[in-house]
Design a protein around this ligand. Sequence first.
Ligand code: TXA
Ligand code: MG
Length: 422
Amino acid sequence: PPPPPSADPLAPLREAAHLLRTTPVPVAFPTETVYGLGADATRSDAVRGIFAAKGRPADNPLIVHISDLSMLRRLLTPSPPQQQQEHQPAPQPVSSPSSPSPQSHSQPLFTADDPIPAIYHPLITRFWPGPLTILLPRPTPSPLAPEVTASQPTFGARLPASALARTLIALAGAPLAAPSANASTRPSPTAARHVRDDLRGRVALVLDGGACAVGVESTVVDGLCVPPAVLRPGGVGIEELRSCPGWEGVVKAYEDREHAVVDGAAAAPRAPGMKYKHYSPRARVVLFEAGGRGRKGVVGPADDAGELGKTVGVIRTGGWDVAGGLRCAGLREVAADGEGDPGFVVREGALLGADGTEMGCRLLDVDLGEDVRAVAHGLFAALRELDSLGADVIFVEGVSDGDDIAAAVMNRLRKAASEIRA
Ligand code: TXA
Ligand code: MG
């Protein structure tokens, strides 16, 4: 039955916050990038619950999500972890999801002796709240549970743009450690049902905030080294970082699968998580670099379809024309991303050989369009949708590798792919 009209609209958030304060089982919540699997970052038992639920290697540190800058400053001030105070009164939350962002106050954001390092001030001013994670020195003693940082001398912090996420953190009254809420190695979740598919029974609650607006994770930056470095490309583009004072010379210190191109001093990826297998659907992913195999259709899949088995998924990003290039019959819509925000539909048909006869292959076709933001928004959901429709192989049309969100899209795809073709 529908809730009575007087029901507290924040009730699900209050329940989630209560669980976060009192149980060691994580709570999944939406952010503007991907869904996170959250726990009180000051409590070891709660943080260990995240690693257990995800099957995540313990040497991969977690991002700490905060609701405002004063919460961040407390994490930069030496102080021991709090003994968990049961039912500590939660501070007044951001009053409603439409309330102004924390950046809209008129007083200056930073003081002269601010514990937040000055190198980050322009980034915080410009990109927070938003899809940017900054590395900060971890004080000794630190209020953070040691498991959060996996023995790194730094911790990653992020002020999410999602008002739902910020309200949850404020209600919990504690910073939330949260990795993406997928099972380890799977594509990150951009809808509540993706979390349920992966982690059903292992989370206390999944807050449903609909589809994530950005669709790829935050950009992780280290401003504590010289020159500053991008450790993971994400929702904030490198060209946007470069336009900030002190960040003109920012270098890339991450590795794409086929691109050992690391233009910083570091030879190995410096975000520990970047070395693991990632973002993978069950189906084999074959990535074509942008412009690969020409515009006249997806020649690769057509050639390979016979040997590739029964169901061929295709994710297009504006250049490929499947209906024209792959000869197929009976294409009809079989699914959408289904989150009240349909970024794509899946069409199904039968592949035809050169002589026009059916090859016994099923085609599942997704067109994400040529706007790279829309591609980022729909990418993980498309990989998951094709998986659940039974794709054996997924051919993906890459996007041009720019210094914008395209870098994040191609980074995720290169890691998901078992084969990359020019
Ligand atoms: O958008 C996001 O960042 C999402 C949402 C939930 O906020 N979170 C996310 O978390 O993607 P996760 O755990 O899937 O990825 C965190 C990345 C990993 O590559 C990790 O190694 C890196 O950030 N990282 C975290 N703390 C770090 C640290 N102290 N030093 C270096 N890398 C760090
Ligand atoms: Mg992740």
